[in-house]
Write a protein that binds this ligand. Sequence first.
Ligand SMILES: NC(=O)c1ccc[n+]([C@@H]2O[C@H](COP(=O)([O-])OP(=O)(O)OC[C@H]3O[C@@H](n4cnc5c(N)ncnc54)[C@H](OP(=O)(O)O)[C@@H]3O)[C@@H](O)[C@H]2O)c1
Length: 242
Amino acid sequence: MNGFDKGPILVTGASGGIGGATVRHLVKAGAKVIANGRNGEALDALSKETGCDTLAFDLESEDEVRGALENLDLYGVVNCGGFGGEIATPMETDISVFDKVISINARGALLVTKYASQSMVRLGKGGAIVNVSSQASLVGLRGHISYGSSKAALDNITRVSALELGEFGIRVNSVNPTVVMTPMSAWYWGRPEVQGPFLDTMPLHRWATEDEIAAPIVFLLSDGASMISGVTLPIDGGFSAV
Ligand SMILES: NC(=O)c1ccc[n+]([C@@H]2O[C@H](COP(=O)([O-])OP(=O)(O)OC[C@H]3O[C@@H](n4cnc5c(N)ncnc54)[C@H](OP(=O)(O)O)[C@@H]3O)[C@@H](O)[C@H]2O)c1
């Protein structure tokens, strides 16, 4: 038993690459899934393919998040919605981009955690939350002042939420992937002069696939991970270990 019969799982960022793969893996594992994003067409296509429900809202709007999640029965959440922002140093960062990256990646995930966890506590069945963070929160990556800061904030949201929600049987974890060649990352990491030196330093010497991120997310949501809470799990081919 994986525990996915205890209630629906909300996946934000489901209209994107990693979120879409996560929905497919969860449905295959027998979960009832509610897929979120803003792009209605992409969500409709995913629903047609997998049978998931859809729920569009903007992660930047507390009114929209509250309206969508208040009184929605949930067992689990995957906070996967995200924005790459800019490649910039601390000397040249565009602070309006920094604000937007923080607003979606950290503030948006916290808003979802806030309203989803209220329902999970009310239902009293426990639950699991997985935050899709990044390798960029674990080490200093050139050009990643905004994105890395937003994911470091997300990892702290994971730790404090794990502490506060543990007494309700709700586990909260982060996964910290290396690069997956989705539109968010390909324009930068796909450049030979960026890709080559980076992969040289990584023990597995290759980028991750969407499926290789989705599978550990599903594990962390499942009863197989019932004693795991508060971790930041690198899915990075060993990059942050060496
Ligand atoms: N790709 C990588 O290399 C990589 C590596 C490590 C971590 N990650 C993280 O993995 C997650 C998914 O990334 P991805 O590569 O799958 O990106 P993606 O294909 O660009 O998808 C991004 C998703 O976030 C949603 N989103 C963005 N802004 C939103 C907002 N204001 N409100 C609601 N939804 C919003 C998008 O929805 P709409 O398009 O419908 O608006 C889309 O579903 C992100 O958190 C990212 O930071 C990615």
